[in-house]
Design a binder for this molecule. Structure first.
Ligand SMILES: [Cu+2]
Length: 189
């Protein structure tokens, strides 16, 4: 009886440890940047998202610069502004596809399933999906390199670019990248 109890306790501890382990798949942005501090912002870049395009289609930054992105969604669909390499976007598109297929997000709202207990959702391994930084209660992305904006809303993110590399900003909602929601980040000296 006591043995069974301690085995059960050990299993619960193992489960808890596995759940608080940070996901590493979405930390790929650390190769080129990090979450920026508001007091380091010297420049704000305004981005307008439509169905399905960005304006501007190209932005220029400097290595070491902290930029505030003010991202307005002027479309009727949910859109994302996500800074990453082409490979990161490919991977994120697969994750987004899974979230849409499961009903966690809808075409017009990131909060499609707000309030549901996602940790109990069968078949959804969030750690493996790389969304360790996501607030599942409100279904918000908390990755410092991305902001998801509902139609008619404006989102913000402060990002510090630490290293010049080949980057794109993109929307990884199913079908959007392919139909033109991608732009280039270039680095100036
Ligand atoms: Cu989009």
């Amino acid at each position: 009886m006591r043995l069974a109890t301690s085995i059960a306790a050990a299993i619960l501890a193992a489960i808890a440890a596995a759940q608080i382990q940070p996901a590493s798949a979405d930390s790929a942005y650390q190769a080129f940047g990090t979450r920026g501090r508001a007091q380091d912002v010297r420049r704000t870049i305004d981005i307008v998202m439509r169905d399905n395009s960005y304006q501007p289609q190209r932005i220029q930054v400097r290595a070491g610069e902290t930029v505030r992105f003010r991202v307005r969604n002027a479309g009727e669909l949910l859109h994302e502004f996500n800074i990453g390499t082409a490979v990161m976007h490919q991977q994120h598109q697969r994750e987004m596809r899974a979230m849409f297929d499961s009903g966690m997000m809808s075409a017009t709202s990131k909060d499609a399933m707000a309030g549901m207990d996602h940790s109990r959702m069968p078949g959804m391994n969030h750690g493996a999906m790389g969304h360790g930084g996501m607030d599942h209660g409100a279904m918000r992305h908390d990755d410092p390199n991305a902001v998801l904006v509902d139609p008619g809303k404006t989102g913000e993110m402060v990002f510090k670019f630490t290293r010049a590399t080949s980057l794109e900003f993109a929307c990884n909602i199913p079908g959007h990248y392919e139909s033109g929601m991608v732009g280039n980040v270039t680095f100036s000296r």
